[in-house]
Design a protein around this ligand. Structure first.
Ligand SMILES: Nc1ncnc2c1ncn2[C@@H]1O[C@H](COP(=O)(O)OP(=O)(O)OP(=O)(O)O)[C@@H](O)[C@H]1O
Ligand SMILES: [Mg+2]
Length: 246
C-alpha cells in the first residue's frame, strides 16, 4: 500500500521545515530519505505516523488521509522510546498484547524477534540496564513483531557498531522479503541508503525539498555482498558529491 505525500508543507512557529514535498513511497518498496541535519526528515516521518498534521497538503496511506496514529503504520524513533517499567521482552510483547495476541503465539513471536535482534540473553532486562544499541534493537524487535504494512524508521541503526549494523540491515531486508511492507527509512549513512533503498530521495537543506531521486535494483542482496560489488564505490561517490553540493 502506498504512502503518498501530496504537496506537504510544515513548520514550527515561524520556522519553515518542509516545503511542498511530493512523493509516493511505493507499495512494497523501501524508500530512503537522505539529507542534511535539520532538513525535516524526522518531521516527515512524524507526519506519516500521524503524530502531527501537516500545515498544508496531505499524507495518505492506502489512499486514505492519515489523521492519526494507526497500527498499520509502525514507527521507530531516532532515539529509542521504550516503556521503562517493562522488560525488553515486555516491551516487544506490548503491542501484541494490545492486539489480543496472547499465550503461546505471543511467546513464540516475541522469542523469534528477540533472537533475530540478538537479545535473547537480555529479555528480562529493563531498558535502563540495556546499552543504547540494545535499546534500539528492542525498539526494532517491537516494531517488526507487529508486522505492520508500513514501517517508518528514523535512523534506527545509527547507534550500532560496524558488526551489528549489517546484521540488522539483513534483518530488515529479510522481513521485507517475507512481508513486502512499504518502508520509509531515514539515514545519514550513504552506504546504508544504497544497501537498503529501492529508491533514495535526497533532500535539500531546510526547508526540505526533494532535489534528487536515485533508483536502485529491486531484489536486494545481502548487505556485505552489495558492499563488495565493484560498482558500489562509484554509486557511493555519486551520492556523496550530491550531498556535498547541497
Ligand atoms: N516539535 C518541534 N518544535 C519546534 N521545532 C521543531 C520541532 N521538531 C522539529 N523542529 C525543527 O524542525 C527542523 C527539522 O527537524 P527534524 O527533526 O525534522 O530534522 P531532521 O532532518 O530529522 O534532522 P536530523 O538529521 O538531525 O535528525 C529543525 O530545525 C528542528 O529544530
Ligand atoms: Mg531526524
Amino acid at each position: 500500500m502506498s504512502l503518498e505525500f501530496k504537496n506537504v508543507s510544515h513548520g514550527y512557529g515561524g520556522l519553515e521545515v518542509l516545503k511542498d514535498v511530493r512523493f509516493n513511497a511505493e507499495p512494497g518498496r523501501i524508500t530512503v530519505l537522505l539529507g542534511p541535519s535539520g532538513c525535516g526528515k524526522s518531521t516527515l516521518l512524524k507526519l506519516a505516523a500521524g503524530f502531527e498534521r501537516p500545515a498544508a497538503g496531505s499524507v495518505c496511506f492506502d489512499e486514505r488521509p492519515v489523521t492519526g496514529p494507526g497500527a498499520e503504520r509502525g514507527m521507530m524513533f531516532q532515539t529509542p522510546v521504550l516503556f521503562d517499567w517493562l522488560t525488553a521482552a515486555g516491551n516487544v510483547a506490548f503491542g501484541l498484547r494490545q492486539a489480543g495476541v496472547r499465550g503461546k503465539e505471543q511467546q513464540e513471536r516475541v522469542d523469534r524477534f528477540m533472537e533475530l535482534t540478538g537479545l535473547s540473553d537480555f529479555r528480562d532486562y529493563y531498558p535502563s540496564a540495556l546499552s543504547g544499541g540494545m535499546q534500539q534493537r528492542t525498539a526494532l524487535a517491537r516494531l517488526l513483531v507487529m508486522e505492520p504494512q508500513c514501517l517508518l524508521m528514523d535512523e534506527p541503526f545509527a547507534a550500532l557498531d560496524a558488526q551489528l549494523r549489517p546484521k540488522m540491515q539483513s534483518l530488515v531486508l529479510s522481513v521485507w522479503q517475507d512481508l513486502r511492507p512499504t518502508v520509509l527509512f531515514v539515514t545519514h549513512d550513504v552506504e546504508e541508503a544504497l544497501v537498503l533503498g529501492h529508491r533514495i530521495l535526497v533532500f535539500s537543506k531546510r526547508p526540505g525539498q526533494i532535489v534528487r531521486e536515485i533508483e536502485r535494483e529491486f531484489e536486494k542482496r545481502d548487505p556485505l555482498e552489495q558492499l563488495m560489488d565493484p560498482d558500489f564505490g562509484k554509486e557511493k561517490r555519486n551520492i556523496l558529491e550530491i550531498l556535498r553540493d547541497l
